[in-house]
Design a protein around this ligand. Structure first.
Ligand SMILES: Nc1ncnc2c1ncn2[C@@H]1O[C@H](COP(=O)(O)OP(=O)(O)OP(=O)(O)O)[C@@H](O)[C@H]1O
Length: 473
């Protein structure tokens, strides 16, 4: 095959493969298993595909023939496809030379897979005497404290995490970390795990997501293995449980977690919990659990400011052995909004593009390469979308935001919506005024500066705005 891929072809390769698969398999399977996957990057002739969770590892096996067929038909120069979750390193499934997909041989990062099997995740695996967290801690080697950039929004959470790592169960127990999507909660949890392990090599560290905890519990009930499930989670030195909000409304799982929590806490074992919201906002959670989450320390992570975003980009580039000029870092940081994961995505795309074209990373190249990425972000957010999101958040109708009504219940959401319109769209003040029922541009300006000022002192307002920004992004 003498096909020479262009950068765009490589970046679009997975999208093109998906396009071919969409025509071959039923819609529901496609929507469930393939649509959530994303092109990650390409190294040599290896295509890396991002899957949302370990559950998706079977995609490679299930659709191996169809993927191979699509690669052949599209004449893509791809030798192997690796599916990886954000947490795991290249793992899961690999396209073999003979054209089939097979699991990679087990190594330390794959160890969690054996962990799941031992817990009876869907299969009737034999009971295990004691789960070995030493080989299955699921910690990502890249998520270390020294790879975490400190800024005003995360310094408290970082300090609390370091204190916990230095003195597990003695500093703050539990430590409850919360913040929006891609703000570094998982990174900090893994860093705690690594640091404890460095100080106490024999400590057993368990990192588990709320979803995995739930699934393992369901399977344990199903296969009558609750004893080993309890043994597994109640005999660790440090329990790091991510995305606890997943347990909302799941009474039986909450009950089980309640007892896990009590056992660990009573035996002076460290518990670290991460969530997308503070304990008091965890709806559909038992009060006794919510109150336990507040026993130790609650630390929030706010979105990074511009300087922190630039520093994160520089650090990530450094770890990729890439020189990132300051004007490029500034350009990316100011155009990619709050989410650090998206910031990383933009950088990965840029590095891939430049290495494929054999060009240096400069501002014009960056502008060209990230144009679509940034345009999509800008395009996505309209004043109408902001009005809808704000109205929904405050339980009101969009029309009320535009009415001449100056009651506080209407004024505050309207001011927030105007503020977001200024921050997140290109619209001018008169344009914003027009879209809010014909307000004068000075009224818009007043609203924006009011919210801007209040946001600095009012933590709840700040959180509401961050949450709305995330929803819109
Ligand atoms: N301050 C930071 N310094 C360096 N990297 C960061 C920082 N904050 C986030 N990241 C990086 O951003 C990515 C997303 O972070 P992470 O997965 O920890 O977010 P999260 O808060 O757990 O998000 P989610 O709620 O979606 O699980 C990771 O690659 C992480 O290393």
């Amino acid at each position: 095959m003498s096909f020479v891929p262009t950068a765009a072809a490589v970046l679009n390769s997975w999208v093109r493969i998906l396009g071919a698969l969409e025509k071959k398999i039923n819609r529901q399977s496609f929507e469930t298993w393939l649509k959530p996957t994303r092109f990650s990057h390409m190294t040599g002739r290896t295509l890396y595909v991002r899957i949302p969770s370990a559950e998706f590892e079977k995609v490679g096996e299930k659709y191996a023939d169809l993927i191979q067929e699509a690669i052949d038909n599209l004449q893509l120069d791809i030798e192997e496809v690796i599916f990886q979750t954000p947490q795991q390193d290249p793992a899961a499934v690999r396209l073999r030379e003979d054209g089939g997909f097979a699991p990679l041989p087990s190594h330390s990062l794959n160890a969690p897979r054996s962990g799941r099997a031992a817990a009876g995740n869907g299969s009737a695996a034999p009971e295990q005497a004691r789960f070995d967290w030493n080989t299955a801690s699921q910690l990502n080697p890249r998520y270390q404290f020294d790879a975490f950039v400190i800024g005003s929004g995360n310094q408290f959470a970082m300090a609390a995490s370091q204190a916990v790592a230095e003195r597990p169960s003695k500093a703050y127990n539990p430590l409850f970390l919360y913040g929006g999507v891609g703000m570094g909660k998982t990174h900090l949890m893994h860093a705690i795990g690594h640091d404890v392990k460095r100080r106490q090599p024999h400590a057993s560290i368990c990192y588990v997501s709320g979803e995995k905890f739930t699934n393992e519990m369901i399977n344990s009930v199903r296969y009558d293995k609750m004893t080993s499930f309890r043994d597994k989670f109640r005999n660790v030195d440090v329990l790091l449980i991510d995305d606890i909000q997943f347990l909302a409304g799941k009474e039986r799982t909450q009950e089980e977690f309640f007892h896990t929590f009590n056992t660990l806490h009573e035996s002076m074992k460290q518990i670290v919990i991460a969530s997308d919201r503070p304990p008091k906002e965890l709806a559909d959670f038992e009060d006794r659990l919510r109150s336990r989450f507040e026993w130790g320390l609650i630390a929030d992570i706010q979105p990074p400011d511009l300087e922190t975003k630039v520093a994160i980009l520089q650090k990530k580039a450094e770890s990729e052995q890439t020189q990132l000029p300051t004007d490029v870092a500034l350009f990316i940081a100011s155009n990619v909004r709050t989410n650090v994961r998206e910031l990383e995505g933009a950088l990965v795309r840029l590095i891939a593009w430049c290495s494929m074209h054999g060009v240096e990373i400069t501002l014009p190249v960056t502008q060209q390469c990230l144009k679509q990425f940034i345009d999509t972000q800008v395009r996505k957010i309209t004043i109408e979308a902001i009005q809808r999101a704000v109205a929904e958040h405050f339980g009101m109708r969009v029309a009320e935001l535009k009415q001449k009504n100056n009651s506080r219940q209407i004024v505050v959401p309207r001011q927030i919506a105007m503020y977001l319109a200024k921050q997140m769209t290109e619209a001018s003040l008169p344009e914003i005024g027009r879209q809010f029922g014909g307000k004068h541009h000075t009224t818009v300006m007043h609203s924006i500066s009011k919210i801007d000022e209040q946001r600095r002192n009012d933590k709840d307002l700040n959180r509401t705005i961050n949450k709305l920004m995330e929803t819109l992004n």
